[in-house]
Design a protein around this ligand. Structure first.
Ligand code: IMP
Ligand code: MG
Length: 179
């Protein structure tokens, strides 16, 4: 285990089972609907790569957005900027937003409102992790891998100050690293 990690939250085989279970539900729910999956860069990249290849929906496209609210600190500023917009039109399509972790909800509520304003047929949220105790906006995930306590977690795409994304598991970052 990495020296900056206290405890593993999901190891590689648990991640695989978690992604399998989410994909199974997505495949049932969307089946023959036109689906656009939108990954939120950069945290969702690894999760999305594993999830997307398990989606069997026929009319399924992939796009990306990025938003910033976190700097190098572990606290959300509450102010969200869309720093990368979608490339394709989502009007007439169901949108599934894929995120690494839902924390205060500032980022995803901004992105959801934006996509609804672009005339998506529906906008649902798929997040690998959810920290409901920290929520500031009324938003709940439609698909969620695991609910976590108020701890800072990294790995499998999730970062602290852009580090640790390459860990193949998700673990709790030692407090002394970010305090
Ligand atoms: P929100 O806007 O507060 O919901 O923040 C969502 C973003 O904060 C996520 O996309 C992550 O980039 C980041 N974030 C929140 N909690 C954590 C964490 O425990 N580890 C890594 N990133 C986190
Ligand atoms: Mg992120």
């Amino acid at each position: 285990m990495h020296k900056d990690i206290d405890e593993i939250i999901l190891d590689e085989s648990q991640l695989e089972k978690t992604v399998d279970a989410i994909a199974e539900r997505i495949n049932l729910d969307y089946n023959d609907k036109p689906l656009t999956v939108i990954g939120i860069l950069r945290g969702s990249a690894i999760f999305l790569a594993d999830l997307f290849r398990r989606i069997t929906v026929e009319d399924c496209t992939l796009d990306f957005m990025a938003a910033s609210s976190y700097g190098s600190s572990a606290e959300s500023s509450g102010h969200v900027n869309i720093t990368k917009d979608i490339s394709d039109d989502v009007s007439g399509r169901h949108v599934l937003v894929v995120e690494d972790i839902l924390d205060t909800g500032n980022t995803l509520s901004c992105i959801r409102d934006y996509l609804l304003s672009k005339n998506a047929l529906s906008v649902k949220i798929c997040t690998l992790f959810d920290k409901p105790s920290r929520r500031k906006k009324p938003i709940t995930p439609d698909y969620c891998g695991k609910t976590v306590d108020d701890l800072f977690i990294v790995g499998y795409g999730l970062d602290y100050d852009d580090r640790y994304r390459n860990l193949p598991y998700v673990g709790v970052l030692k407090k002394e690293i970010y305090q």
